[in-house]
Design a protein around this ligand. Structure first.
Ligand code: BES
Ligand code: ZN
Ligand code: ZN
Length: 451
């Protein structure tokens, strides 16, 4: 124990136990409990004199291929209290973030969870704390059920977020979407009792390079008239996960004051069923003027994103990134642990892959294979928004979006799951973040903050 009552959490690489000099009694205790520092092992060291716990040992395993958030496994297992981190080396900042992320518990009514915390001397940098807050923001928003986070409540939260960051905010709601030429956002969202909207937030020096973030904000996806079966609909409160992560990314960019002019666009809709629902076979004229035949009302995400992307490109941003729980096909391709990344920019793809691996936010690049765009042919419109066959669905969706991104310097699309099916280190099961750390550190390289 030290002055602030924190207990030591001593991190040990496999084989590094004897170098700690814990003494014979402690080493015998470790041997009796098979503690060798293997990845994920956690052992309480008894305080024999007083009958309490002197410290905890946590196994880091070997450095090769170590999960950068491994320490989150300790945070998930430890009881409430303050912990001082000892023994961390090269990936200390990442592991400290892992601890913080692993301590997350969703609280339906907000408020503090009963979770372990880090002692004052182990508190990481403001940058790492911002990364934690960003992840928690994304998780909280995704975990909220759709009756508590419909379009009205979500728009309110986005406006509060904007106010908290002193952003300039505009909300285009309901029929105003038609007046201001966002026909596809309106068409997708109009069947809900809560009006569709486009949230448009800006921040930073107008003279700085423009970076624009766009996120899919479908508060619930029933599939529309092409209704999803129960098993596929069950988790669709997470269909605003792209925008939740975009807000998280925006938070880190602003908290660390990257020298960019930031714009955040969030189309918010509920893909509902009613007499006013859009229909398969309808032809919509998009903001960009491209006419779109509706192949399936369950492919709603790409429609609302297309109008938002078209708006984004009108001011020719240097970087345009969108995130979306866009296709089931991306989950089939890369599973729940990876975000599928699409871009023509090798530098951004490489930077995001590198930093994603470093910070426990892995992305995997997928091809914008242009030949597959021919599957979106329509007899009555410029294009159909889905392909006539069902292969490579994540690529086809990305190619549809790409048609609305002309004018942006570099464009990146992340097709994410937004959900951890099973708990992993630093990631409790449930709503989860993706792309925030990969994109933030790639952007930080490109636009270094002034010292
Ligand atoms: N929100 C879904 C995609 C989704 C499904 C994400 C499951 C994560 C898990 C999206 O709106 C959708 O339903 N897409 C359809 C497209 C199809 C109709 C071309 C899909 O993926 O089946
Ligand atoms: Zn859908
Ligand atoms: Zn959807």
């Amino acid at each position: 124990m030290n002055s602030d009552g924190a207990k030591a959490l001593i991190c040990v690489e496999e084989g590094g136990l004897s170098a700690l000099g814990l003494g014979d009694a402690a080493e015998n205790w470790c041997a009796a409990n098979d503690f060798t520092g293997k990845s994920g092992q956690l052992l309480a060291l008894p305080d024999l004199a007083n009958g309490g716990v002197r410290a905890h040992l946590f196994g880091l395993g070997s450095r090769d291929g170590r999960n950068p958030l491994l320490l989150g496994q300790a945070a998930a297992a430890l009881s409430k209290g303050s912990y001082r981190l000892e023994g961390l080396k090269s990936d200390a900042a990442e592991q400290a973030l892992g601890f913080l992320l692993g301590a997350y518990k969703f609280q339906l009514s907000g408020g503090e969870a009963d979770a372990p915390i880090l002692s004052s001397e182990s508190t990481p940098s403001a940058e790492v704390l911002a990364l934690r807050d960003a992840a928690f923001l994304a998780r909280d928003l995704i975990n909220l059920p759709a009756n508590l986070l419909g379009p009205d409540a979500y728009a309110t939260r986005v406006l509060e977020f904007a106010e908290g960051h002193k952003m300039v905010a505009r909300e285009i709601r309901g029929d105003a979407l038609l007046d201001e030429n966002f026909p596809m956002i309106h068409a997708v969202g109009r069947a809900s009792s809560q009006a569709p909207r486009l949230m448009d937030l800006t921040w930073g020096d107008p003279g700085h390079p423009k970076v624009t973030l766009v996120g899919k904000g479908v508060t619930f996806d029933t599939g529309g008239l092409d209704l999803k079966p129960a098993s596929a609909m069950a988790l669709m409160k997470k269909d605003m996960g792209g925008s939740a992560n975009i807000l998280g990314l925006a938070h880190v960019i602003m908290a660390n004051r990257l020298p960019v002019r930031l714009r955040v666009l969030v189309p918010i809709v509920e893909n509902a069923v009613s007499g006013s629902a859009f229909r398969p076979g309808d032809v919509l004229t998009s903001r960009k003027g491209i006419t779109v035949e509706i192949g399936n009302t369950d492919a709603e995400g790409r429609l609302i994103l297309a109008d938002a992307l078209a708006l984004a490109t009108e001011e020719k941003p240097e970087i345009l990134i969108d995130m979306a729980t866009l296709t089931g096909a991306a989950r089939i391709a890369v599973g729940f642990e990876l975000a599928a990344l699409f871009t023509a920019s090798d530098p951004l793809a490489d930077a995001m892959a590198k930093y994603g691996n470093q910070w426990g936010d892995p992305v995997w690049r997928m091809p914008l294979w242009q030949n597959y765009a021919s599957g979106m042919k329509s007899k009555v419109a410029d294009i159909n928004h889905i392909a006539s066959q069902s292969y490579a669905g994540a690529i086809v969706a990305a190619l549809f979006l790409e048609k609305f991104t002309e004018g942006a310097g570099e464009w990146v699309h992340l097709d994410i799951s937004g959900w951890a099916l099973e708990p992993r280190p630093g990631r409790p099961a449930g709503g989860t973040e993706a792309g925030i750390r990969a994109a933030y550190f790639a952007f930080k390289d490109r636009f270094p903050p002034r010292a």
